[in-house]
Ligand binder design. Structure first.
Ligand SMILES: Cc1cc2nc3c(=O)[nH]c(=O)nc-3n(C[C@H](O)[C@H](O)[C@H](O)COP(=O)(O)OP(=O)(O)OC[C@H]3O[C@@H](n4cnc5c(N)ncnc54)[C@H](O)[C@@H]3O)c2cc1C
Ligand code: FES
Length: 249
């Protein structure tokens, strides 16, 4: 949660994914969206900002790498969602490299979509870290013309024998489409959800998503509305990563 400048305008911190850890620091990757991100774009080298984090959970990778020799994990990023999955791509590459010593083919299958070619970042590095990198753009200016779901359906078709573990981050309609397709296949899938956040620490309940009540359990002391069918969970505390099958769209 990043306070984009001192004072109370804007009052609320803005949530960002930990994109990279680098020597002596971290990198965030942001798209200019509104007031807060415009102010970030005006920061100069050496300016000081206040940051609260890291917060929330992370993508579970246990099992994905060991199953990878049979079926590499599939990681799907839409737009700036690449910031969230980038460390996952790195760690799966690292784990597979250590277990197989295979520098050429170790890694996940990555599907990366954006509106145009200019919005696709770090393709060379992603290619080096992935078993396969598949790119698409809405306007066809780079990779396939189309969306990540089209690519996912061709890479993991309905008749696929062995199902990979899948991970996705991107706009909500994309996540829903991925969840519905993965659900129809029965593939284990994890989604990083984005909701508006105010506090980032579980207090305001502004970031909740509806989840199936039988899904993975959480901090039941939180005063969150529940029924026997569903319950709310906080993206900032129990998330942002959820089992796709637990989300009530
Ligand atoms: C867990 C999490 C991780 C994120 N990681 C990144 C990241 O790594 N890089 C990045 O660029 N962005 C990321 N975002 C989104 C980012 O937080 C918002 O783009 C940012 O807060 C917008 O702030 P703003 O002041 O510029 O826009 P505002 O002026 O607050 O809003 C501008 C427009 O964007 C919409 N909007 C703002 N925040 C969200 C949101 N969270 N979900 C949906 N719509 C929103 C508003 O409704 C409005 O239409 C993440 C969000 C979450 C919840
Ligand atoms: S942002 Fe306040 S509870 Fe999640």
């Amino acid at each position: 949660m990043l306070q984009v400048r001192d004072g109370n305008d804007p009052l609320l911190k803005r949530p960002f994914s930990l994109f990279r850890t680098i020597a002596g620091g971290i990198q965030l990757l942001y798209r200019i969206q509104g007031k807060g991100t415009t102010l970030i774009s005006q920061l100069a080298a050496g300016d000081v900002v206040s940051l609260l984090g890291p917060l929330g959970n992370a993508y579970p990778v246990q099992g994905a790498a060991s199953a990878a020799s049979v079926s590499p994990p599939v990681i799907i990023a839409g737009g700036v969602g690449i910031a969230s999955v980038f460390p996952l791509i790195e760690s799966i590459h690292e784990v597979m490299h250590q277990s197989t010593r295979d520098t050429m083919n170790g890694g996940a299958t990555v599907i990366y979509g954006a509106r145009t070619a200019e919005e696709l970042l770090d393709l060379d590095e992603l290619k080096a870290l992935s078993k396969e990198l598949h790119v698409c753009t809405d306007d066809g200016s780079s990779g396939e013309k189309g969306n990540v779901l089209d690519l996912l359906k061709s890479i993991v078709p309905a008749e696929a024998g062995v199902l990979p573990v899948m991970y996705a981050c991107g706009p909500k309609p994309m996540l829903r489409a991925v969840a519905e397709y993965a659900g129809s296949l029965g593939a284990k899938t994890y989604l990083s959800m984005e909701e508006h956040m105010a506090c980032g620490i579980g207090a305001c309940l502004g970031c909740v998503v509806k989840t199936k009540s039988k899904g993975q359990d959480v901090d039941d002391s939180a005063d969150i509305e529940k029924s026997t069918e569903w319950k709310y969970q906080r993206v900032c505390m129990e998330g942002p990563v959820f089992n796709a099958e637990d989300i009530v769209w």
